[in-house]
Design a binder for this molecule. Structure first.
Ligand code: GLP
Length: 260
């Protein structure tokens, strides 16, 4: 079977990957993009945003000002039940890593309203905002160690739109470090864009670094057809998926049917 990846960006180290990806994103941002960006949070993205900020802050002042004026991004997901100013939520993550260092107004960085008393309604409203904005152009994606993308937990279907979701034990363990190391303190619920909005993006950039992701990435790349038990495998149905991986996450590409 032919691989589903449009392109494999394999880099020797996460530092090399970060620089290459930040350079790619910078080049994309130079063009006036017709659709909003789709952004992700998590440890994988932290160095990418730091490298991107460094590059963008070297632009001439007028170019940077124009970029600030046209910036519109939609994040994939947000925890429920944390106050909007709680430093552990994704809204504050995006402010810290991108909004403040680039001088972007809060309104330019859209996230689901995790503080809403009605998460299902907040999810529906967020999905509608994405559709009204024309859908996502370039979508950045991290990979959960259980194969989730955004907070689309297994099992999940390809036709689900933005929704409120109960987080799995695996995900709460994965993200416990941000909550004092205690999985029980990780919010039980979140709002996430669904595979429907993700698969409607023009281009998808899946970013996977570190040996802890090697096993799940191997599973993803050896699956012959999408499987609801591995949410990221629905990406096989998208015509323009790039995989950005370092050697720790992808030590060998031989005999991997999904690699071009
Ligand atoms: C988290 C987030 C995702 C993120 C992924 C990988 O739980 N919901 O948006 O991309 O899992 O996270 P990390 O980069 O910290 O490994």
């Amino acid at each position: 079977m032919e691989g589903f990846l449009q392109r494999l960006e394999l880099h020797s180290t996460s530092a090399a990957l970060t620089e290459a990806l930040a350079g790619f994103l910078e080049a994309q941002l130079r063009q006036s993009m017709t659709r909003p960006l789709g952004l992700a949070t998590g440890r994988t993205m932290e160095p990418v945003y730091a490298a991107l900020v460094k590059r963008l802050n070297q632009w001439p002042a007028a170019d940077l000002k124009a970029l600030r004026q046209r910036w519109l991004s939609f994040n994939l997901d947000e925890y429920c039940g944390l106050h909007r100013s709680d430093p552990r939520n994704y809204r504050q993550f995006m402010r810290r890593h991108l909004g403040e260092p680039l001088g972007l107004p809060d309104s330019a960085l859209e996230l689901p309203d995790g503080a809403s008393a009605d998460p299902a309604a907040a999810a529906e409203a967020y999905g509608l905002s994405v559709r009204r904005a024309g859908g996502i152009g370039l979508q950045l994606l991290g990979l959960g160690s259980n194969g989730h993308v955004g907070f689309n937990e297994p099992p999940c279907s390809a036709d689900q739109a933005c929704h409120a979701v109960m987080l799995s034990e695996a995900t709460r363990r994965q993200n416990a470090a941000f909550f004092g190391g205690d999985p029980a303190r990780v919010p039980a619920q979140a709002i996430t864009l669904g595979l429907e909005e993700i698969l409607a993006a023009e281009q998808i950039h899946l970013v996977v670094t570190g040996s802890a992701k090697a096993e799940i990435l191997q599973r993803l790349l050896t699956l012959k057809t999408p499987d609801s038990a591995l949410p990221a495998s629905w990406l096989q149905g998208h015509p323009n998926v790039w995989l950005w991986a370092d050697h720790a996450a992808l030590p060998t590409v031989e005999r991997l049917p999904q690699v071009v």
